[in-house]
Design a protein around this ligand. Structure first.
Ligand code: MIG
Length: 993
């Protein structure tokens, strides 16, 4: 075997340094592999102009870091070694920690409902890494391929990409700062579309507001309660039987008049469009698409049909310009119903009832030449969502040249920010997801997409009041701010969680609206210059290694937002690490322990508006407030961008960009306009300057905008007094604030065991999360050395379950469990937990889960059905039961996963997803172990069990999941004869070949 491997390698391999070519601008290089080189690469779909990637420029600079390559079996492996102490960021929409060393991700757009911190492919693909070097300089690296690409950051200070050959690698820098890298990146992939100002307001969504009446009721409640909101969203149920471009006749009989009503009250309406088109003759979209030959094809040339919401569907081939125009014209007509924005969902594309959760890679796209021509699906998979968003954007633009399109897309690719905003998909209503949402929004920003946010409150599951309030508090500071929740969850509007939570939401959103002039200005800059909007804290001082892993804070321009994502622990209890320099706390007299704390960086001026209920309410003559924080030299500056808030007049000069400066000279602070740009005249308006002194203290002065304003600086002693008074006042406010009640653990009287936080078993090798109160299930199996989360589920369903019968979800699956014993792994001992649930008829399901200290590679589960109080009348025997072990593993690479084992009779088996459900018993039973293999990762999850205890094994392939089930025999149990299954899990490496 080894011999054979050796030979194969020498026959097929080439390796060495990549060759470089300067492109775009100084400091940007394209690298290719000789000799296959440039001609073999596909066009760029990330670049705004693919030709820029092909056109060398004159430059005297040589690259500082040269990637090496290796071509092996048609895969191209690229490595870049960087100095030790380098920190990694980027990689787009990825869950888990902010600093990405240790991570491995795969670009493969996936419908990732309920993803966890270890999920390696979400909805979008960004084969892009920012390396922040020890000296604070930064290097951006793009693997410019649409195909599935492994980004491996597991080794410290080394980036490795693996993807089918041949693709170029583009490096940006090192430049003096990460911001400079992002600006350079935007010259390649373009910047964010200019969002209409209303789209920066708060947006309310749910799956689904099910009738026009309900929509209007929601809208009315916002206004009645004085909670700002600009947009209401219509999820799939507005359609007639999930047919895109139609409306349900009973529930949304007159969309135009609904939208008129909404508009009158200052709301915009956004409607969903999915890519799956119902395969149904007589449905106008299907008919016209078929006529235009618009559908993606199977390998045999017939249209591919896959199941989604409407049932059997065909899928527009957005890789063809002809099809994009067809779709755009449908969008154009659709918009005449009063559509302000469009939401593209399911465009990974997601396909139901398929183990891969998407369409076959062998499907055919007849793409435009400049996109790569006719190719199979694996080539276009990752850009499908972006091309759909592009076509939708173009359709909206067609319908009205004077309005800015607004599209929200779930799937995307690097460069997609040119057409659409995005959100972080189907997250869970829990604290871990609240925490992750900060890093996810920041990483998208570091990957070229500044306009993103999470489903506030969490999509799947029910939020609690405190979780919801905190989430709103943080998200009100995110670029895109939308509340959303899954069907069948409780109400998740800002007023749905009690008075205290409602008030926190109101304060949070009012804050956002006061900051809108600032946020809008940040977007103007993001659009025109390519600067980020929300950034990790370390951007304030990239040299400081202590800031690089901070996940509870972020920058919104020069504002530092500090949030607590710990249940029960408000900001009053949180220590804030601030970057070097001056950071002055401020608020709007709204400080609250459940809201983030805000600081303004010394040296900055930001514009504020009055609080409004919606964007349309504001107008240029509103009073303007400038918040000023001087730096150590007594100086500050900042910008305000104003225009119509929509349309394109701003591209012809129809705007006003004001550069304000403040300066302290001999005890007088002068605030004035230093520069203006644009054709707009300065509106006549009052200007209020608030000079921050620290701890929330400030000096207020009023004047007219455009005129010079002066503020007398009081004596040092007086400043000190103001600051300490303000500090005291702040503390009292926090103490007296009406906290959102913490009702996490109040679901029963059983105390700790019923708390909503799963128990963690952790031996530094495996981390298991166990829900000890319902079903006793394991909801997460994280294997640290491989960085893989093999199993991941929500609290109430799936994961590792056990039943007491052969029927699906029989007793044992959702019963209440109690912890009987819990051992924490002290000094060489094992970590364990023993649980028991009452499954009726005098029976208990008992489970001991343990991870030994001395053999940390495995963890074991001993399960049994035991007789507790089996009646005498039955002779001491229970009903017939079967112990059924039912773990649901997530498949990261469904097309490359299979189950491998040797049967007792010696036969070897490889069971692939196509084989459906399979039982094994008798001599065909695995001989004590079976392995779930992920060929793509080169890893296997081994499950060892005692063949004497196992009667049957079952493999069941789901959508993106597989169950490896162990069944005991089926019999009554007594005190003397419990049913038992003991088994263990281990991860092994499988040599790649
Ligand atoms: O299969 O349209 O992520 O936001 O509410 C689920 C219904 C389809 C997934 C989206 C979610 C949306 C839901 N959609």
């Amino acid at each position: 075997m080894a011999d054979h491997e050796q030979k194969a390698v020498t026959a097929d391999a080439s390796s060495g340094d990549m060759i470089f070519q300067p492109i775009l601008e100084d400091g940007v290089f394209r690298f290719d592999c000789p000799p296959s080189d440039r001609d073999a690469t596909y066009p760029s779909l990330s670049f705004i102009n693919s030709k820029d990637r092909e056109t060398p420029i004159m430059s005297h600079k040589a690259p500082l870091y040269t990637p090496t390559f290796e071509c092996l079996f048609e895969r191209q492996i690229v490595k870049i070694e960087l100095p030790s102490g380098t920190s990694f960021y980027g990689t787009g929409e990825v869950s888990g920690q902010l600093e990405r060393t240790g991570k491995r991700v795969f670009t493969w757009n996936t419908d990732a409902w309920g993803y966890g911190p270890g999920t390696t492919s979400l909805y979008q693909s960004h084969p892009w890494v920012i390396a922040v070097l020890p000296n604070g300089e930064a290097l951006g690296v793009l693997a410019d391929t649409t195909q599935r690409c492994e980004i491996d950051l597991r080794k410290e200070s080394r980036i490795q990409f693996v993807a089918p050959s041949s693709y170029p690698v583009i490096t940006f820098g090192p430049f003096p700062s990460p911001t400079a890298v992002l600006i350079a990146l935007s010259h390649a992939i373009g910047s964010v579309f200019m969002p209409p100002k209303w789209s920066l307001g708060y947006q309310q969504c749910r799956w689904s507001y099910d009738s026009d009446k309900r929509v209007l009721e929601i809208a009315r409640t916002f206004r009645e309660k004085g909670i700002p909101c600009d947009v209401i969203w219509m999820d799939i149920d507005y359609m007639d039987g999930f047919r895109c471009f139609t409306f349900d006749k009973d529930r949304f009989p007159n969309p135009k008049s609904l939208v008129d009503d909404l508009h009158q009250n200052g709301f915009k309406a956004i409607w969903m469009l999915d890519p799956g088109i119902k395969h149904e003759e007589g449905y106008f979209v299907y008919d016209s698409g078929s006529k235009s030959d618009a559908w993606i094809q199977k390998a045999d040339g017939s249209p591919f049909v896959g199941e989604v919401w409407p049932g059997p569907c065909v899928f527009p081939d957005f890789t063809q310009s002809k099809v994009r125009s067809w779709w755009a014209s449908l969008v154009k007509d659709f918009t005449s119903n009063g559509v302000d924005g469009i939401w593209n969902d399911m465009n990974e594309p997601a396909v139901f009832k398929a183990v891969t959760k998407t369409m076959p890679q062998s499907n055919i796209h007849r793409g435009d030449d400049e996109l790569g021509g006719c190719q199979n699906h694996s080539y276009y998979h990752n850009v499908y969502g972006m091309l759909m968003a592009r076509s939708t954007y173009e359709g909206m633009k067609l319908s009205n040249e004077n309005k800015r399109p607004f599209v929200l897309t779930r799937a995307g690719f690097i460069g997609g920010q040119r057409y659409a905003a995005t959100w972080t998909g189907d997250n869970l209503s829990n604290w871990e997801h609240l925490h992750m949402s900060i890093s996810m929004v920041l990483q998208l920003g570091l990957s070229g997409q500044p306009l993103s946010g999470p489903d506030i409150g969490g999509f799947a599951g029910n939020a609690t009041p405190q979780l919801f309030g905190r989430w709103m508090g943080v998200s009100a500071m995110f670029p895109f701010c939308r509340g959303h929740s899954e069907i069948d969850t409780i109400d998740h509007e800002p007023w749905s969680f009690g008075e205290e939570c409602e008030e926190v939401c109101r304060l949070a959103l009012k804050r956002r609206y006061r900051l809108l002039p600032h946020i809008y200005t940040l977007f103007f800059k993001a659009h025109t210059i390519g600067t980020p909007v929300a950034m990790p804290t370390f951007f304030a001082d990239p040299k400081d290694p202590n800031l690089r892993k901070l996940e509870n804070s972020f920058l919104l321009g020069p504002i530092l937002v500090y949030a607590s994502t710990m249940p029960g622990q408000g900001l009053d209890k949180l220590d804030c690490t601030l970057p070097k320099g001056i950071w002055l706390r401020f608020d709007f007299d709204d400080s609250h322990p459940d809201l983030p704390t805000l600081y303004l960086q010394g040296g900055s001026v930001i514009p504020l508006g009055p609080p409004h209920q919606h964007v349309g309410e504001s107008n240029p003559s509103d009073d303007l407030t400038l918040l000023v924080a001087l730096d150590e030299h007594g100086k500050a500056e900042g910008f305000l961008f104003e225009d119509d808030g929509d349309g394109y007049e701003f591209t012809k000069g129809g705007y006003l960009l004001t550069h304000y400066v403040a300066e302290l000279q001999s005890s007088v602070v002068t605030v004035r306009v230093s520069k203006t740009e644009g054709l707009w005249k300065r509106p006549k308006r009052r200007m209020h300057v608030q000079l921050l002194l620290g701890e929330g203290a400030m000096l207020d002065t009023w004047g007219m905008d455009g005129e010079v304003l002066q503020i007398m600086m009081p004596s040092e002693q007086e400043v000190y007094k103001l600051v300490s008074t303000s500090e005291k006042y702040y503390k009292t406010c926090l103490e007296n604030a009406k906290r959102i009640p913490d009702i996490e653990g109040v679901s029963g009287q059983k105390g700790v065991d019923l708390s909503r936080t799963p128990i963690e078993l952790n031996n530094g090798y495996w981390i298991l999360k166990v829900v000890p109160w319902i079903g006793g299930r394991i909801i997460s199996m994280m294997h640290l050395p491989s960085g893989m989360q093999w199993l991941h589920s929500r609290v109430d369903i799936n994961g590792y379950e056990e039943y007491s019968g052969t029927e699906y979800r029989s007793a044992g699956c959702s019963e209440e469990y109690n912890v009987i014993e819990r051992k924490l792994g002290h000094a060489g001992e094992e970590e364990s937990i023993m649980l028991e649930g009452d499954i009726g008829g005098g029976l208990g399901l008992q489970r001991k889960i343990y991870i030994p200290k001395n053999d940390p590679k495995v963890f074991r589960i001993d399960s049994s059905i035991v007789a507790r109080k089996v009646g005498a009348g039955s002779g001491g025997f229970s009903r017939l039961v079967c112990l059924r072990v039912h773990p649901t593993f997530g498949l990261l690479h469904p097309t490359e996963s299979f189950v491998s084992f040797t049967s007792i009779d010696g036969s070897k088996n490889e069971v692939w997803p196509e084989s459906g459900e399979q039982f094994y018993e008798g001599n065909l039973l695995p001989n004590g172990e079976w392995i779930l293999v992920d060929k793509c990762l080169g890893l296997g999850l081994v499950n060892r069990f005692n063949v004497k205890e196992v009667f049957k094994c079952l493999i069941h392939w789901g959508t993106g999941t597989v169950n490896l089930e162990l069944w005991s025999e089926d019999r009554p149990v007594s005190n003397q004869s419990p049913l038992r299954i003991s088994h263990e899990y281990e991860v092994i490496e499988i040599p790649k070949l």
